[in-house]
Design a protein around this ligand. Structure first.
Ligand SMILES: [Zn+2]
Length: 100
């Protein structure tokens, strides 16, 4: 599985809105790699190539990245202590935000 081109395009759009580099700490994962992750779920959007975890280690960066993701049309965002998860998985609930 590779990263979905539509997802990648929207992520690039968000990066342009943000005006800062996006450091992706986790993108596409195989099932095995996914299962080894601390916060992984079975059927994760990471396995479908539809998700990315963007490093955001402080409140300012978190705000900039989240605002840009929403501006780019993303409707699924998870907040971790040091990253924001975003995905484009239409098989999962839309317009949701959660914390890890
Ligand atoms: Zn993730």
């Amino acid at each position: 599985m590779s990263v979905d081109p539509g997802f990648m395009g929207r992520l690039e759009l968000a990066r342009m809105f943000a005006g800062i580099p996006f450091k992706i700490e986790s993108g596409c994962r195989c099932e095995k790699h996914n299962a080894a992750q601390k916060n992984s779920v079975a059927g994760s959007a990471h396995v479908s190539g539809l998700a990315a975890d963007i490093v955001a280690i402080n409140s300012v960066t978190r705000w900039i990245v989240r605002e840009a993701l929403i501006q780019a049309g993303f409707v699924r965002i998870g907040t971790g202590k040091t990253f924001l998860h975003v995905d484009d998985d239409l098989s999962k609930p839309q317009r949701v935000e959660w914390v890890y």
